[in-house]
Design a binder for this molecule. Sequence first.
Ligand code: PEP
Length: 240
Amino acid sequence: MIDRKYIIANWKMYPITVNEVRDFLSFFTDVKCPQGLDAIICPPFPYLSLFDQSNCFKLGGQNCSDKDKGAFTGEVSAFMLSQLRAQFVLLGHSERRMHYHEANDTIKRKVVLAQSCGLTPVLCVGEPIEVYQEKKSFAYIQQQLSETLSSEIDLTKIIVAYEPIWAIGSGLTPTKEEIKAFAKAFKDEYDLPILYGGSVNAEVASMLAAIENLNGLLIGWASTQPDEFKKIIFNFSGNN
Ligand code: PEP
């Protein structure tokens, strides 16, 4: 049974300026994270070094290279992330799969490399709208996982984030009952932490807090808004 909860902020390329990041951090200076919950920020790479120990956040990367080092212009390695205090890394986000053509075998190499550098991969999976409409979401996710979770991967150090592609940035979410059924089916088959992501705000976080098989949330846009993000953390942990 996995008790720990995770609230993960995927800042994407949203915060434009260093000052926006500083303002966000000063908002959280005296905020204590609820017990048993990791609040993890995944900022754009250049902003990782702006995070000091003055808040309760852990850090993650939004991606890493599938190579460990060498002549790969523009790439950032898992080891580099670990040097900047990152403990987690998002891998296989649907925006990476869609815009940068990342396939499951590439994502698998990234997972292995990330773990070898001590990072916990947050493996993102999710179905397109047609698959959801055909009610084949779980089978689609099983396929993504079976093509990614090879025997080289340490299954005690990985988190899965279920993010329906059609729910990301759209304001749409599956119903509470659908997320509950998904989390239950997932736990019947995999002994891994499972998070939900896709248009989560403070209200959705309260609604999802009661789902017993759900270990946390992955949040995009709303995680860049300090007040809303704070509410999400406390609503989901039940400490509001
Ligand atoms: C995401 O991109 O991981 C995400 C969940 O985005 P949003 O919350 O903005 O839908």
